[in-house]
Design a protein around this ligand. Structure first.
Ligand code: SF4
Ligand code: SF4
Length: 399
């Protein structure tokens, strides 16, 4: 059922924050079911599932299939899967109940909520304190926004038989703490390769620990806190609302600190915290005239035009004006590789080493002189991929 027809009204403070973030939401908006994301469809949808997709998932467990080609050796897969292992332990511990924590269900609470709540300072002070603790545990970016059920999945899969079950959270939650986890620059420079997937796995393992720890802290203070990674709600709109970045053509949040080289986790809480405002940073405006990621995408899955509301894939959120990928083509390429691809992250000019030149370039690109920035980017030959063999020898990509 479309959102405006189902008797629910979006509260004014969320509409105000939509306007501040530049979100355009049409009457066709529908909440997303996680049954329709590509990873879930690969288990139940015969138009997606194939020998390649089964082998893709198997390769993260015991059936890695090393092959000829730099970056796909046994050593590369061994490192990638080792990087994932902490995340795998968390996501697998309730599998007998059809729950895949952190990916297709929230992380279960390991600590009860303390019966007595601490005395709270002003929301601004408490928000600053939570951000400090999040950084202490290892988060690279932290922002806070209001809970907004439009971004929450209607259903998640019961992973025993991949049937849909309602996705729900306890009542009373009001705020979302969004954390960013920066991926390793040099590993990202080796995309596409199994070696590069180490950067992804390392951050999933990090974020599992960090969001469990921060949730435990908040629960020990006497407030609800649900730790969440890719599960329960779309993290991209939350990261943008929390002021951490803007939405790019490559379907990623572009942050001023790390460009698109960031993964996100979140905590749903009822702790009263001051929220951050969305920021218009000029990064997405640069995308409007740049197609570097779309040009580099092997299956040509990224759009080259302007953001649109219409979408043809059931894996795309309906009713939001945005750049939308051909998810089927993208995931089909991942399945053939037997590892994740993030070429569109690697080649993005906002993914840089933050050298003095990079900082100057970013200053120009975000509004001061975009044309000059585009010209400079063209002159400076695009960084070539870091060869996985060179990474193993201790090499890093040239800035
Ligand atoms: S490569 Fe260009 S178009 Fe793609 S996300 Fe980066 S800045 Fe935007
Ligand atoms: S992840 Fe790879 S296949 Fe998917 S859109 Fe990016 S470059 Fe294309």
């Amino acid at each position: 059922m479309n959102w405006p027809q189902n008797a629910r009204k979006t509260p004014q403070h969320l509409l105000d924050s939509d306007a501040a973030a530049g979100f355009q939401i049409s009457p066709e908006f529908e909440r997303f079911s996680q049954m329709d994301d590509m990873f879930t469809r690969a288990f139940w949808d015969d138009t997606v599932r194939s020998r390649d997709t089964d082998a893709f998932f198997d390769s993260y467990r015991m059936s890695a299939t090393p092959r000829r080609g730099a970056g796909f050796s046994q050593r590369d897969f061994a490192l990638r899967n080792a990087a994932w292992i902490v995340s795998d332990i968390i996501s697998g511990r309730a599998s007998d109940r059809g729950i895949r924590e952190g990916f297709q269900a929230p992380i279960e609470c390991d600590t009860p909520v303390a019966p007595t709540q601490v005395d709270l300072a002003a929301p601004e002070q408490e928000a600053a304190g939570i951000k400090r603790i999040a950084r202490l545990f290892g988060a690279d970016l932290v922002g806070i926004t209001y809970l907004d059920e439009r971004w929450h999945y209607t259903h998640r899969p019961d992973t025993r038989d991949m049937t849909p079950v309602e996705s729900d959270l306890p009542p009373g939650l009001s705020h979302v703490i969004v954390m960013g986890h920066a991926m390793d620059f040099d590993l990202v420079e080796t995309y596409p390769s199994a070696l590069a997937g180490t950067a992804t796995g390392r951050e999933y393992s990090h974020e599992a620990a960090i969001c469990i720890q921060l949730a435990a802290y908040i629960r020990n203070l006497g407030f609800q806190a649900i730790a969440s990674m890719n599960d329960t709600a779309l993290v991209i709109p939350y990261a943008i609302k929390a002021g951490l970045g803007e939405y790019g053509r490559n379907q990623m949040v572009l942050t001023p600190e790390y460009g698109p080289r960031v993964r996100f986790s979140k905590i749903f809480t009822d702790m009263p915290l001051a929220v951050d405002a969305p920021r218009r940073l000029g990064l997405a405006d640069y995308c409007a005239q740049c197609t570097v990621c779309a040009d580099a995408c092997p299956p040509k899955a990224l759009p080259k035009g302007q953001p649109e509301i219409a979408s043809s894939s059931r894996s795309t959120l309906k009713g939001v004006r945005k750049w939308s990928a051909n998810c089927e083509a993208c995931f089909g390429y991942w399945a053939k590789l037997k590892t994740d691809c993030a070429i569109c992250m690697r080649v993005c000019p906002f993914n840089n080493r933050a050298t003095a030149f990079d900082r100057l370039w970013q200053w120009l690109a975000t509004g001061r002189a975009r044309k000059l920035a585009r010209w400079l980017h063209k002159q400076k030959r695009q960084r070539s991929r870091l060869k996985p063999g060179d990474w193993w020898q201790g090499g890093g990509g040239a800035p």
